[in-house]
Write a protein that binds this ligand. Structure first.
Ligand SMILES: Nc1ncnc2c1ncn2[C@@H]1O[C@H](COP(=O)(O)OP(=O)(O)OP(=O)(O)O)[C@@H](O)[C@H]1O
Ligand SMILES: [Mg+2]
Length: 426
C-alpha cells in the first residue's frame, strides 16, 4: 500500500463524499474511510475487528442480514436505493429527521490478494437526486393533472360542439319555420280579407239578381243597383281577384322552394357533365337574362363531377337570376368554370349593383332579401347554400358595392362517401 498509485488511491478514498467500509467474512470491520469517521464521530482504531452491527447499533439489522445473505448466495453487488427503504445505517444518530441524508447503499463481496473473502459496503448520499426527483415527480404530477384537465376540456368541447350543432340545426329549422310563417302570413292575410270582401259583394249581387223577380219596374231595379254600389263592386272585383291570385302565387312559390329544400336528399349522386348542366340552365333562364345582360362563357376543361345535377342546376339558376336582377339596365354576366385535383368550380360574375358590405353576411339567410315586396322570397341563396353543403362543397362571394358581385361554387369531384344518403329511394 505504500506505492505511489496506492497512496493516490487511498487519498482518493478519503476525499470522496461516500462512506466506504471493508468487512471480513464474519462482517467485522477491517477499515473505513475518513467520511465514516467524520459523519459517525467514531474512531477507526477502536472499531477494527469488531462486528459492524455492534459498532453501528442503528443498523437496520434485518435489511443488512438480507443484503449479506443475497451477496453471499449470488456473489454479486446488492444495491439498495433510497426510494426502496430507510437508510441502512444512521451513521450519526444525532442527525434527526430531515437532516438525515437520504442514503443508497451498495454491498458487494470481493476477494483479497490472499484469497480471503471480504465485503465492501458503500453508503452515499442521494439527497440531491431525491430533491430533483421530487421536482420531477411534482412536474410529472402537474403534467398528468394538466393532461387530465385537457382531456376533460376536450370532452366538454365535444359535448358542447355537438349540442351547438344540434341547437344550430334547431335554430335553422326554427328560423326557417318562423320565416315561412311570416312570409305566408301576409299573402294569406290579404287573400282572406279579399275573400271576405268578395263574399259581401256576392251577397249584394245575389240581392240584385233576386230583385229582378220582385221589383215592379226597371227603375226600381236600377235604384237597388245604385244603393248596393254595383259600379264600385264591379270595378273592385277584378282587382280583388288578381291580387288574391298574386298572393296565392307567392305562397305557391314559397312552398315550391321549401319542397326543393326537402328534396335534396332524395336523389342519387351520379357522375355528370357540369357544362351540360350549365347549358340547360342557361336555356331555362334565357328569357330572364336576354334583356338584362350579355352572357359570356369562359369554360375550362372539367372532369365528370359526382353530383346531383338537377340540384346543381338549381344553384346555377339562382345565381344567374340574382345576377340579372342586380343589373339595372343592361350589363354582362360571365359564367366561368375550372378545377384542381379535388374540386370543380363554377362562378357567376355580374356587372350589377354589387352587395352592400353591411348585408354581405346575411345574404344566405332564409328570407333575407333586399328586393321589393313581392319580388324576391329571399330563399334562392339559402337553398343554394344548402345544396352546396349537401355536396360537401362551399360557396365564396366577392363583391364591392357598385362594382358587381361574383359567386364561386366549389364542388368535390368525388363525394367522400359513396353510400346513398339517408332517404334515397332504393
Ligand atoms: N349578384 C348579386 N348582386 C347583388 N346582390 C345580390 C346578388 N345575389 C344576391 N344578392 C343579394 O342577396 C339577397 C338574397 O338573395 P336570394 O337569392 O337569397 O334572395 P332573392 O333573390 O332576394 O329572392 P329569391 O331568390 O328567393 O327570389 C338579394 O335580395 C340581394 O340583396
Ligand atoms: Mg335570388
Amino acid at each position: 500500500m505504500d506505492s505511489y498509485p496506492a497512496k493516490l488511491f487511498s487519498a482518493l478514498v478519503d476525499q470522496i463524499e461516500m462512506g466506504i467500509v471493508v468487512l471480513d467474512a464474519d462482517l467485522c470491520i477491517q477499515g473505513w474511510n475518513d467520511y465514516i469517521s467524520q459523519r459517525s464521530g467514531s474512531d477507526l482504531e477502536g472499531a477494527i475487528g469488531r462486528p459492524f452491527i455492534e459498532v453501528f447499533p442503528s443498523t437496520d439489522s434485518e435489511s443488512f442480514a438480507g443484503m449479506v445473505d443475497m451477496a453471499r448466495k449470488r456473489g454479486k453487488h446488492i444495491y439498495n436505493h433510497w426510494l426502496q427503504r430507510a437508510p441502512l445505517v444512521r451513521l450519526n444518530p444525532k442527525e434527526e429527521g430531515d437532516k438525515q441524508p437520504l442514503q443508497s447503499t451498495l454491498f458487494f463481496p470481493f476477494e483479497e490478494s490472499s484469497g480471503q473473502r471480504s465485503y465492501g459496503l458503500v453508503m452515499y448520499d442521494t439527497s440531491t437526486v431525491a430533491q430533483s426527483n421530487k421536482y420531477l415527480d411534482a412536474a410529472l404530477t402537474a403534467l398528468a393533472n394538466e393532461q387530465h384537465e385537457q382531456t376533460q376540456l376536450l370532452h366538454q368541447l365535444e359535448t358542447a360542439s355537438s349540442q351547438l350543432l344540434q341547437s344550430e340545426k334547431l335554430a335553422a329549422i326554427g328560423q326557417l319555420a318562423a320565416g315561412v310563417a311570416h312570409e305566408i302570413n301576409n299573402p294569406i292575410g290579404y287573400v282572406f280579407s279579399n275573400l271576405n270582401s268578395l263574399s259581401g259583394y256576392v251577397n249584394d249581387l245575389l240581392k240584385i239578381i233576386d230583385a229582378v223577380d220582385e221589383v215592379g219596374s226597371l227603375d226600381e231595379l236600377r235604384q237597388i243597383k245604385r244603393s248596393l254600389e254595383y259600379d264600385y263592386i264591379r270595378s273592385d272585383v277584378g282587382e280583388l281577384i288578381s291580387e288574391s291570385e298574386d298572393g296565392l302565387d307567392r305562397v305557391k312559390r314559397i312552398i315550391g322552394a321549401l319542397k326543393d329544400f326537402s328534396y335534396i336528399d332524395e336523389e342519387e349522386f351520379r357522375p355528370a357533365d357540369l357544362h351540360r348542366g350549365l347549358e340547360t340552365t342557361l336555356n331555362v333562364v334565357n328569357n330572364e337574362l336576354k334583356y338584362k345582360a350579355e352572357v359570356v362563357k369562359e369554360y375550362g376543361e372539367l372532369p365528370e363531377l359526382e353530383c346531383i345535377l338537377s340540384q346543381v342546376n338549381q344553384v346555377v339558376m339562382n345565381l344567374l337570376v340574382n345576377a340579372a336582377h342586380a343589373i339595372e339596365q343592361f350589363g354582362r354576366i360571365t359564367l366561368r368554370t375550372g378545377c384542381d385535383q379535388t374540386y370543380v368550380w363554377f362562378e357567376v360574375e355580374d356587372s350589377g349593383a354589387g352587395i352592400d358590405p353591411k348585408v354581405l353576411n346575411r345574404i344566405f339567410e332564409p328570407f333575407f332579401t333586399t328586393k321589393p315586396v313581392g319580388k324576391g322570397t329571399g330563399l334562392g341563396l339559402a337553398l343554394s347554400y344548402n345544396i352546396v353543403q349537401k355536396h360537401n362543397g362551399r360557396i365564396e362571394v366577392r363583391s364591392e358595392a357598385g362594382a358587381g358581385a361574383t359567386f364561386r361554387v366549389y364542388l368535390p369531384i368525388f363525394q367522400p362517401s359513396k353510400k346513398p344518403l339517408p332517404g334515397t329511394p332504393k
